[in-house]
Design a protein around this ligand. Structure first.
Ligand code: FAD
Ligand code: UQ1
Length: 416
């Protein structure tokens, strides 16, 4: 049993970035993380699309976590925030003065009947969301010989709300190169009522959908898959959950997701199961020595690594202020970004805040498909992630935005 000044639970995007910022604490800081490997998940869309190798998404956890702090390679299984205590699966207990929760979101593949069986046994049922199956996607695209290619979006919060459709655009384009597009239907069955939450980008995506002849069925929630019959059944949420079967020849599934089970049964969460934080300071609403960031939290931003980068800077400032007996004053505006890949060379770079208002970094309209945005997504972002964010030095693009918009805002002020 051990005692630390700061314990971070989870060594993913948020946990590693915060750990890097706190690395000068040395052995008085620990990260609890069971996995040997750290994944750069945003590149999985391109792995699925056959445009990047899977290995580019993986690094050994020990190389990503700062070496100065302690890595406790185990799972948190019980939280006792009244007593500043955490229990691990080994039975060990860890005490802390301050706790940072960054456990990510849980993939609930098992909530869809027959889905795990289909993913394990049917080569045309694929999913970019996990290292377990992301390598199935491109071979299935290559093997496709026509019929229905179906892409799903579940009836729960998910990480990277754009990813379910990005792989659809890459597949549609790929089928044109193999000559299979003419005898195929590209179908997006989403449990949501809109294609994207921010109107500006939703309008742009609607144009892409029309011009590429893609069929969208809203309020269609995947409930079961029968891979022997190659049939996927959807509940129509607008018609009393009436069941609608679809034959598929290719099925890309975005699974339902929820907060990690260990958190759901802890005292740290709201009724939805998410770590209950003040939405601007990232401090826990009940336990002032607890902070959180990323996909496992109640923060109502779009769950992305881009959001986590900004949250990391805010959390670090507010945590160190709290440690010095001051009040947290740094405020998160809900910034998130989602590079909406629409082809192997183009991307709509969505950036927005809690109010779903665009917060664009570049001084050009990001609501159109651009090669520059694709280049940023495919080549710049991975470097930014590994070399800057994982070293604790990326707090998001706010400063770059200010610099790039300086000329423009000056001239508009002059005009006013
Ligand atoms: P994660 O990075 O998922 O880390 C959670 C960590 O917690 C994991 O290491 C896990 O092992 C650990 N953990 C879980 N349970 C326990 C436990 N009980 N005890 C200890 N540790 C535990 N974001 C973008 O910004 N842009 C994109 O283009 C983009 N595209 C994406 C495409 C795909 C296909 C996917 C899957 C994601 C994408 N994302 C994108 C989202 C981004 O990857 C996540 O939002 C981000 O990784 C969240 O960081 P996190 O720290 O909250 O969670
Ligand atoms: C970003 O900061 C980030 O985190 C490193 C991402 O995750 C991979 C992103 O996809 C994006 C778009 C950003 C935002 C950064 C800029 C320069 C617009």
């Amino acid at each position: 049993n051990s005692k630390y000044k700061v314990v971070i639970v989870g060594g993913g995007s948020g946990g590693c970035a915060v750990a890097a910022k706190l690395s000068s604490l040395g052995k008085s800081c620990a990260v609890v993380e069971p996995s040997d490997l750290h994944y750069y998940q945003p590149i999985w869309t391109l792995v699925g699309g056959g445009l990047k190798g899977f290995q580019s998404s993986v690094r050994p956890m020990g190389q990503v976590l700062p070496s100065s702090i302690d890595w406790i390679q185990d799972k948190a299984v019980k939280f006792d925030p009244e007593n500043n205590n955490l229990e691990l699966s080994s039975g060990d207990k860890v005490k802390y003065d301050y706790l940072v929760v960054a456990m990510g979101i849980q993939l609930d593949y098992d909530k869809v009947n027959g889905l795990v069986d289909a993913l394990e046994n049917d080569p045309v049922v694929v999913s970019n969301y996990t290292p377990r199956w992301v390598n199935k996607t491109f071979p299935a695209m290559q093997g496709f010989r026509g019929g229905n290619a179906i892409f799903t979006y579940p009836n729960t919060p998910i990480k990277c709300a754009g990813a379910p459709q990005k792989i659809m655009y890459l597949t549609e384009e790929f089928l044109r190169t193999t000559g299979m597009r003419e005898n195929s239907n590209i179908i997006f069955n989403t449990a949501q009522g809109v294609i994207f939450g921010v109107k500006k980008y939703a309008d742009a995506l609607q144009k892409v959908i029309q011009s590429r002849n893609i069929q969208v069925n809203y309020k269609h929630n995947l409930v079961s898959v029968d891979h022997k019959e190659r049939t996927a059944v959807f509940a129509n949420l607008d018609k009393d959950n009436e069941l609608v079967p679809f034959k598929y020849n290719f099925l890309h599934v975005t699974p339902p997701m929820s907060s990690p089970d260990v958190l759901k049964k802890s005292p740290l969460v709201n009724e939805g199961g998410w770590v209950d934080l003040h939405k601007h300071t990232l401090q826990h609403v009940k336990f002032s020595n607890v902070f959180g960031l990323g996909d496992c939290t109640s923060l109502p931003n779009s769950k992305t690594a881009a959001a986590v980068a900004v949250q990391c800077g805010i959390l670090h400032k507010n945590l160190t202020d709290t440690m010095e007996g001051k009040k947290p004053t740094s405020l998160y505006n809900g910034y998130a970004s989602c590079p909406l890949i629409t082809s192997r060379e183009k991307c709509i770079l969505a950036e927005f805040d809690y109010n779903l208002q665009p917060q664009e970094t570049l001084p050009i309209n990001q609501g159109v498909e651009r090669k520059l945005a694709y280049g940023m997504k495919a080549y710049l972002m991975p470097e930014l992630y590994w070399q800057v964010m994982m070293k604790g030095k990326w707090n998001g693009p706010a400063t770059i935005r200010k610099v790039l918009h300086l000329g423009m805002s000056k001239s508009s002020k002059l005009q006013a």
